[in-house]
Design a protein around this ligand. Structure first.
Ligand SMILES: NC(=O)c1ccc[n+]([C@@H]2O[C@H](COP(=O)([O-])OP(=O)(O)OC[C@H]3O[C@@H](n4cnc5c(N)ncnc54)[C@H](O)[C@@H]3O)[C@@H](O)[C@H]2O)c1
Length: 311
């Protein structure tokens, strides 16, 4: 059953050393090479291959959608130094937004901010500490006044069986994965105008009951409640709150720690569309949720999982 694929031990005993399908891949190659590969097996040969390659270029075009209303908007991203967060920072910056992100990874955060120029600001923040969250948001408020978009992205996803997790570890996880989402919203809301958007990251694991991740999944369930109730609370002010739940995303960390050939095979079977999900694609969904293009959506969850959970 696919939920067991999250178990670290599963990876240890299922390293089947399948010949790596596409070694040394850039981020887009799962899609590109996957389509080329399947088309070669296709009895219709070149014509079908041509169509699929055209589809690939269409995909690249879709990847770079522009939302004019995001230009010059002030966007806050938590955990922006790595993984999906770094893609969020890059994507919003490419839209012309002023992006402020925080992280506890000083080296990666500073490098990303330097690479993107002076419209992107990085602050070292431990999101488990309420005082640091407040200070971070206050500094941004002082610098720019208004905050248009808040993206609560940072989280930790320990694979830990129930008999191994202490009460202290549970509290720490909730402090980062759930309480920080509440506290950043609390701090940012006074500076959010009508049209503001809050995006809270949950996860596919909430839908499939991934194991052994009970505490993590509980935090992600909490985010669903946070989004729904906060959307109702701040809706009258014209502020929207939505949940974005990625499927299994091929971040550097996931690939180095968890994504074995067996996992890739499982994902290709369980997802409606087999291509593996890249961080940049999740960022595209976040752009939509931040933009006025999604103004009818609030209190919702978008499950960006290529159809894994419900098909
Ligand atoms: N990657 C996936 O497959 C996947 C799947 C479903 C949901 N998600 C969700 O997407 C979001 C991003 O996931 P990711 O895989 O990119 O994570 P990641 O681990 O790659 O990055 C998380 C970032 O948060 C930072 N961080 C951790 N603890 C912090 C703290 N105390 N204070 C400040 N920063 C801290 C880390 O340094 C890191 O830069 C998370 O909410 C995660 O639960 C990810």
């Amino acid at each position: 059953m696919n939920r067991e694929f999250f178990h670290k031990d599963f990876f240890a005993i299922n390293q089947d050393h399948e010949a790596s399908e596409f070694p040394l891949k850039p981020f887009w190659s799962d899609t590109a090479l996957g389509w080329i590969d399947r088309s070669q097996k296709d009895p219709y040969g070149g014509w079908v291959r041509g169509c699929r390659l055209r589809s690939f270029w269409l995909w690249v075009i879709v990847m770079s959608a522009t939302y004019a209303d995001l230009s010059d908007k002030v966007v806050l991203v938590t955990g922006g130094a790595n993984g999906i967060g770094a893609s969020l920072v890059r994507s919003f910056s490419e839209q012309g937004a002023r992006v402020f992100f925080c992280d506890q990874d000083k080296k990666r955060g500073a490098a990303l901010s330097k690479a993107l120029g002076n419209r992107v600001g990085f602050h070292l923040v431990d999101l488990k500490k309420e005082s640091q969250i407040k200070l971070w948001v206050r500094r941004i408020q002082k610098t720019v006044g208004t905050i248009h978009v808040l993206i609560n992205n940072a989280a930790s996803d320990p694979r830990m069986a129930i008999d191994r997790m202490s009460a202290r570890q549970w509290d720490d996880l909730f402090a980062l994965n759930l309480r920080a989402y509440y506290l950043t919203a609390q701090a940012a809301l006074p500076s959010m105008p009508k049209g503001g958007s809050i995006i809270n990251f949950s996860s596919i694991t909430f839908h499939i009951g991934a194991t052994p991740m009970t505490a993590y999944v509980a935090t992600k369930g909490g985010i669903m409640g946070l989004t729904r109730s906060l959307a109702r609370e701040v809706g009258p002010r014209g502020i929207r709150v939505n949940t974005l739940s990625p499927g299994w995303v091929m971040t550097e960390r996931q690939k180095s720690e968890f994504v074995t050939p067996a996992v890739r095979r499982m994902l290709r079977q369980c997802q409606c569309v087999p291509e593996l999900i890249q961080p940049e694609e999740i960022a595209q969904v976040a752009l939509f949720l931040a933009s006025e293009a999604s103004r009818v959506l609030t209190g919702q969850e978008i499950l960006a999982d290529r159809g894994w959970a419900y098909s």
